[in-house]
Design a protein around this ligand. Structure first.
Ligand code: ZN
Length: 263
């Protein structure tokens, strides 16, 4: 779960096609894109989404999503917990959710049909937030830029009219639009499992969530899976990490973390 901005997936394919050649030509002279720069771009994109898409005004649904998201955020280390987290429920049937650097979370009402209860939604948001805390968008864009530098070689750099600031901004946009890699997905699964368990959500629900997600992807456009490629071993990997996660979950419950997020 964004540098994924799932919702942008369709529109951004075109953007990527336009951006990559520009970055290929000029990447050698660029500093790498920092987390702060990605955060700034995220905020701008998030505001744009909020202003251009229907936002749910259903108080019950908003309270439910906020309840789960805040419980997860409370388990992050101080640096990430202290971000200015904003949680928006988009009134859209797409099966999608995302978290962006800087603390932006978007949940589409469509995913609430696949994530059937607070524990499954905790699995979705734990996974999404883990992409942020593991800095996957930053990794993605910088790996892309570095790869391009390697391909071209320093001698082939051609200066263009575009300023460095613009290129960093474009690089950040690119980082936010690329699907995650399989390794990043595995990392987000495992770290996300810890977050949900620490928050008092039953980590076993993650297995059912991904089974639901697989079933859903056979029924319609797999928006979520297009930016979160699933490995064949995802469910097996989650199961093999359950004993540790259940230990964390039991500790969390014993310490009074017993979220009751209802819709
Ligand atoms: Zn993911």
């Amino acid at each position: 779960m964004t540098g994924e901005v799932f919702m942008f997936a369709r529109g951004l394919r075109l953007t990527i096609a336009v951006l990559i050649p520009v970055i290929v030509i000029t990447a050698c002279s660029l500093p790498l894109v920092s987390e702060t720069e990605i955060e700034d771009e995220s905020k701008a994109q998030f505001d744009q989404m909020r202003n251009s898409m229907p936002v749910s005004t259903d108080a019950t649904i908003n309270a439910y999503v906020n309840c789960v998201a805040r419980a997860i955020i409370a388990e992050l280390d101080d640096y990430y917990a202290g971000k200015d987290w904003e949680i928006v429920v988009f009134d859209d049937d797409a099966v999608n959710a995302f978290a962006m650097p800087g603390g932006k979370i978007g949940v589409f009402t469509g995913i609430l049909k696949v994530a059937e209860n607070q524990d499954q939604l905790g699995a979705v948001l734990g996974h999404e937030v883990a992409h942020v805390t593991e800095q996957h968008s930053v990794e993605r864009v910088n790996r892309e830029m570095t790869t391009q530098i390697g391909v071209i070689g320093a001698s082939a750099v051609i200066g263009g009219p575009t300023g460095t600031g613009d290129l960093i901004s474009m690089g950040a946009q690119l980082g936010l639009s690329l699907p995650y890699g399989r390794k990043q997905e595995s990392e987000a699964d495992i770290v996300g499992l810890d977050y949900m368990a620490d928050a008092g959500f039953d980590p076993r629900a993650s297995v059912q969530l991904w089974k639901n997600m697989d079933k859903q992807s056979k029924l319609g456009p797999p928006e979520f899976l297009s930016t979160h490629p699933s490995s064949d071993t995802r469910i097996d990997d989650l199961i093999s990490n359950l004993p540790e996660a259940l230990g964390r979950y039991n500790e969390a419950r014993a310490s009074g973390k017993n979220p009751r997020c209802t819709r």
